[in-house]
Design a binder for this molecule. Structure first.
Ligand code: HEM
Length: 533
């Protein structure tokens, strides 16, 4: 450093000398020679130093301007923050713990992948409303890409024309209020069968988790394929296996640049095999449907509707292929069955644990339906308290606690911080639903808070977003609600419930499982006591 300072001084002397200004006594040629000689060597190296310094400053200022990243914990080389996330607690719990320290917009590097974790209603609104278009991308995940026909479905598709077309079909044709209404008799039938099978187990322990999952699966299968068929059981077990694979952390997705990992991944091989099986089953179902010509009627199933659209759009710019139909049908199962059945199971668990809530909900259902003597969908709208129980359940136990991952399409600024393009975004709906700035006694199960409250899960109240918000928000709410409300109403109308082995209600364990959706870690097993009329 001193050498460069010296050189700089000599450089100044040199300039002064050329200007005729000298600091040396006249005739002091020795000093001037020395100065000229030294100048030649040091000036060049000084020039190089300046260039290097300029480069460093440029890189540094570039980094600090583009990489004015949101705060986050320190990172290790290669694995980034993985060591702080992989712990015994679940990712959404761990993210909340870290966000309490680093703030509601937190930057992490998970393996080789940049992540932003959102943990407040205000930042969620920035992401899913103000900058929604930019954050409407989905990351390219290995297993989901295999499962969803190279991400050509609705859930995992990148944002673009194809996604818009498929989403429109879902919203207008498959999941509209009218279409959902057309499946009413299927729902009532399947839930009546559920009640019958529980009644048959009177006095003994019933695994409610498994029974509800079968019922929801049965409803979706009949809505999608029509009558029961031999393919449905194959389809169901394959779907369950896929869900368990998608639920785990796939190391390949955390180090996308290491292609060797893909070749070694056993999950990939397994997913490819399952996908092949599912594809063949779905193709059989589609071919069966194609061979039977159906006139437009009320018993149209979802495959019929999609085949009709395929015929109508045959000559359009984006015709609907058989693979598109298969990927949409898979989405209906993947996004619609576990989510709805877990919501029912969490609501039952929370009511068993809070027996005063169970009593109020039962009193309401029995008051509304006692005149009829049975529960059907016509009077569900009157169950104000039960609807509040469902909302409170989704606040404390959102079945998709981190929603579905998004990805930024371009670089942008949120709250003064830079979010680079292709950053994955996880919105912690679980943490947001427990934010004490928005919720009084946030950790308590109090459905009354929603009675007479305008707060809803339609994506405009960012403190309550179990279905997400913005362009990628869940399009299946109308389909999901009767699948949750009807079984709950029937379970409360026909039975009282107690825990096995003399366990006290407040002792019920509410630990969540690890997976793409957060269900109960342990199945809910209860003893039904049928109501005598
Ligand atoms: C209680 C039940 C359900 C919950 C809690 C739920 C929740 C969610 C969430 C959080 C997302 C991601 C939203 C986002 O990225 O902002 C989503 C997406 C989606 N859901 Fe649901 N869902 C449920 C039921 C259903 C049902 C019954 C269906 C269809 C039969 C469905 C179809 C979809 C689809 C297709 C997407 C992808 C939307 C897109 O990327 O454009 N969901 N859901």
């Amino acid at each position: 450093m001193m050498m460069y300072l010296e050189a700089f001084l000599l450089y100044l002397l040199h300039i002064y000398h050329h200007l005729g200004i000298s600091f040396f006594p006249s005739g002091s040629s020795y000093l001037m020679e020395l100065h000229n000689h030294f100048f030649n060597i040091t000036f060049i190296s000084f020039f190089i130093f300046l260039l290097v310094l300029f480069k460093i400053v440029k890189i540094w200022s570039y980094n600090t301007s583009t990489v004015n990243l949101p705060p986050g914990p320190w990172k290790l080389p290669f694995i980034g923050n993985l060591h702080q996330i992989i712990s015994r607690s679940l990712p959404h719990h761990r993210f909340k713990f870290l966000a309490d320290k680093y703030g509601p917009l937190m930057y992490l590097k998970l393996g080789g992948v940049p992540y932003v974790i959102v943990s407040s209603p205000e930042i969620a609104k920035e992401i899913m409303k103000t900058h929604d278009l930019n954050f409407s991308g989905r990351p390219n995940l290995l297993l989901s890409t295999i499962w969803s026909y190279n991400a050509t479905d609705v859930i995992f598709s990148i944002y673009g024309e194809r996604w818009r077309q498929l989403r429109k079909i879902c919203v207008i044709e498959l999941l509209s209020a009218k279409r959902v209404q057309s499946f009413r008799s299927i729902r009532e039938d399947e839930v009546t069968n559920l009640v019958k099978s529980i009644t048959a187990s009177e006095g003994s322990v019933v695994n409610l988790t498994q029974k509800i999952l079968s019922t929801t699966y049965g409803i979706t299968a009949r809505a999608a394929f029509g009558k029961r068929s031999k393919h449905q059981e194959v389809f169901r077990s394959a779907i369950e296996e896929v869900a368990s694979l998608l639920g785990g952390v796939c190391i390949v997705d955390l180090f996308p640049s290491i292609k060797l990992l893909q070749c070694l991944s056993r999950a990939k091989t397994k997913m490819e095999k399952l996908h092949k099986e599912l594809d063949m089953t779905l193709q059989d179902i589609i071919d069966d449907h194609k061979s039977i010509h159906k006139e437009e009627s009320n018993d149209e199933d979802l495959v019929d509707v999609l085949l009709k659209i395929q015929q109508e759009n045959y000559h359009s710019q984006h015709p609907l292929t058989d693979d598109n139909i298969k990927s949409i049908i898979q989405d209906m199962f993947g996004a619609g069955t576990e989510t709805s059945s877990e919501a029912v199971i969490w609501a039952m668990s929370a009511m068993v644990k809070n027996s005063n809530v169970m009593e109020q909900a039962q009193a309401e259902v029995r008051r509304v339906f006692d005149k009829k003597g049975y529960v059907d969908e016509t009077e569900l709208y009157q169950l104000i308290y039960l609807k509040s129980v469902i909302k409170e359940t989704l606040r404390l136990y959102p079945v998709a606690p981190l929603l579905v991952p998004r990805e930024s399409r371009e670089r942008c600024q949120i709250n003064g911080y830079e979010i680079p393009a292709k950053t994955r975004v996880a919105v912690n709906a679980w943490a947001i639903g427990r934010d004490p700035r928005y919720w009084v006694e946030a950790e308590s199960f109090k459905p009354e808070r929603f009675v007479n409250s305008p707060i809803d899960f339609k994506g405009t109240d960012f403190e309550f977003i179990p279905f997400g918000a913005g362009r990628r928000m869940c399009p299946g709410i109308a389909f999901a609600l009767p699948n949750v409300e009807l079984p709950l109403a029937k379970l409360l109308y026909h039975f009282d419930w107690k825990l096995p082995n003399g366990m006290k209600n407040e002792e019920l364990d509410m630990t969540e499982s690890f997976g793409i959706t957060a269900g109960r870690k342990h199945d809910l097993c209860l003893i039904p006591i049928p109501r005598r009329f």
